[in-house]
Design a protein around this ligand. Sequence first.
Ligand SMILES: Cc1cc2nc3c(=O)[nH]c(=O)nc-3n(C[C@H](O)[C@H](O)[C@H](O)COP(=O)(O)OP(=O)(O)OC[C@H]3O[C@@H](n4cnc5c(N)ncnc54)[C@H](O)[C@@H]3O)c2cc1C
Length: 305
Amino acid sequence: MLRGTLLYLSDQPKLKTILGGPIARPIVQRFVAGESLQDAIESGKQINANGMQIALDLLGESVHNAQDANAAAVQYIALLHAMDRAGLEAYASLKLTQMGLDIDPALCLRNVERIVAQAAEFGFFVRVDMEGSSHTQATLDLFKTLFSRHRNVGIVIQSYLYRSEGDIRELNVLGAQVRLCKGAYNEPATVAYPQKADTDHNYIRLMRLLLTEGNYPAIATHDEQIVKETTRFAAQQGIGHDQFEFQMLYGIRRDLQEQLIRNGYRMRVYMPYGSEWYPYLMRRMAERPANMMFILGGMLKERRR
Ligand SMILES: Cc1cc2nc3c(=O)[nH]c(=O)nc-3n(C[C@H](O)[C@H](O)[C@H](O)COP(=O)(O)OP(=O)(O)OC[C@H]3O[C@@H](n4cnc5c(N)ncnc54)[C@H](O)[C@@H]3O)c2cc1C
């Protein structure tokens, strides 16, 4: 119930003005690597120094005019140049609605293709994030077009969707690189498992499918049981540590991130930056409503002053 409310609020950007400012700052700083490109590059260097790779995400989504979509693409190109100059072990992650998917898929494809082509020149990879289920088919369609022209691009699949096994089988046949996550949006029971236990169970089935038949999958979760099952299954199948990677979000389960690195696994930290942090932050709240206590605690302190 609280999860649903928080996910509903993530679509109400006006609330950012209430939640923004000094009250939310500590929690924004925990989950977001900074508002500027320079902040992100500096944080990225520290994470690389700890033996982890990075997926850099310029925050922004649901763009409704072509000018903003084109501007976001230009900012991604600037990000790629900065990653190259800094010598980061990194790739870029982006959302298609930020690139204009809701305005015109052809405009979106042009924007993403510019980014993917520039990334290829630097030897970088680009991951297309997955958004809510109303965008799943359009995201997969656009991804397949991109993948038929560029190999340095991958996609994300969510284990809460009933359709995901079919999508993974198709992507495995194509040889596409998939990041598997549970899914972060508010979805109806017509398309997604309403019970978390079913999403978790499906995650394990899909993880096995990706490890045995996929191309360098990314196992993106902070769920310790799933991480354990992944390492157990990989060992049992003789799948090497270099044939897949774990991914976790910036600021979440740093202990587990470090432990996996110590045990010789690959770990990539998804690092968002930029000023459009509101919907991203609300999804992180919905995953763990206890995070809300940071904000409420901050609000109480402000009132007492
Ligand atoms: C690298 C990466 C990329 C992602 N990309 C996408 C994407 O493209 N599309 C999409 O829909 N979703 C994406 N997600 C989000 C994902 O779908 C889940 O919503 C999120 O990862 C929480 O699920 P979990 O697997 O960690 O498991 P959960 O069962 O939710 O959590 C397991 C444990 O992790 C810790 N934890 C999880 N979330 C939080 C949090 N917010 N704050 C503090 N602790 C937490 C807690 O200890 C919790 O008990 C991504 C996640 C990762 C790690």
